[in-house]
Design a protein around this ligand. Structure first.
Ligand SMILES: [Mn+2]
Length: 318
């Protein structure tokens, strides 16, 4: 019996969802399943190819829906879960009882754990810490920006390691460990801590780069990171530097893509008037109402910059 488990890669909620699903599947469906883990990244153009679904069972967690018949399990909470209206129709018509979507959840991990518990009698107290932290981290439920940026908790350090990791085998190993061991033991592991050290140094550098690059106007913070070599950052840094900002828009370049990131300050006292996922969907991107992104081809710097500038203007009008 084989299972392909596709999950949102380089994301703590994605890894946690994969770990909870793995445990659930082994406990409630098939303890002897041979499981292949496949990390999925958002990209411009075609998202799925048939080879991803070549096992007897194929599951996707914390990632977009796919209407291929080979998909047998699906759990997601992203606002932009469907690539096309046809995909959404396909999901609404599904009667398998194994595909679940609820964008009101802060994390896919919590959604999965809740449904597995209520509908499949799954009960694994050993995972409760992981579910708790996935919800805090993916839902940005920190007390304040300082707590989010200081990265004091082992779970936050593990999240930073997963987000920055370029080692798929290591990420898979972490998921398999999280499925069977305590979050704290996994997060405090020597191999996680060793990988966190350079990330902590880079994090400190990122704070300086963003401080220098950002421009605040009408409570919208914009920063262009093209040319800085930075292709990722702790998304709370902007609000730590500028608590008075309501929105941030950033532009980043990595070897694989240009990315426009858009976020709402989770500690803002103002009323949010925009759905950021809906704004990004207009440019082929997506995400959640409070944090969303658009991917462009790596060479499309001008196109991405134009989109970022348009979004900044739109948010400033609020
Ligand atoms: Mn998620």
């Amino acid at each position: 019996m084989t299972l392909n488990l596709l999950y949102h890669d380089n994301c703590f909620d994605g890894a946690s969802s994969a770990a909870v699903f793995l445990r659930f599947y082994r406990d409630k469906v098939n303890p002897r399943a041979e499981v292949k883990l496949v990390g999925m990244a958002h990209q411009a153009g075609e998202q799925f190819h048939a080879g991803l679904f070549d096992a007897e069972e194929n599951a996707i967690v914390d990632f977009k829906y796919c209407s291929l018949e080979q998909l047998t399990w699906w759990f997601d909470h992203h606002h932009s879960a469907f690539l096309t209206p046809r995909d959404e129709r396909h999901f609404r018509e599904d009667r398998s009882g194994r595909k679940f979507y609820d964008p009101s959840y802060k994390s896919c991990t919590k959604l999965l754990d809740t449904i597995a518990r209520q509908q499949f009698g799954f009960d694994c107290p050993g995972l409760s810490e992981l579910v708790y932290w996935a919800d805090i981290i993916d839902g940005a439920l920190y007390r304040d920006a300082r707590t989010a940026v200081e990265v004091g908790e082992p779970a936050q350090k593990l999240a930073a390691v997963i987000e920055a990791s370029h080692e798929p085998d290591f990420r898979h190993e972490i998921i398999r460990r999280l499925a069977g061991d305590s979050l704290n033991r996994v997060a405090n592991g020597q191999d996680v801590m060793t990988r966190y050290e350079p990330i902590a140094r880079q994090h400190a550098g990122n704070i300086r780069i963003i401080r220098d690059a950002c421009r605040l106007q009408d409570a919208v913070l914009f920063f262009d990171l093209v040319g800085t070599g930075m292709d990722g950052y702790n998304k709370f840094i902007p609000y730590y530097l500028h608590p008075e900002a309501n929105y941030t828009v950033s532009l980043m370049q990595s070897p694989k893509r240009m990315k426009v990131g858009v976020g709402w300050n989770p500690w803002s006292k103002a009323e949010r008037k925009h759905n950021l996922a809906a704004i990004c969907e207009r440019y082929g991107g997506g995400g959640h109402p409070v944090v969303a992104a658009i991917s462009f081809e790596a060479s499309a710097v001008a196109q991405a910059r134009t989109a970022a500038e348009e979004i900044v203007k739109e948010l400033r009008r609020a």
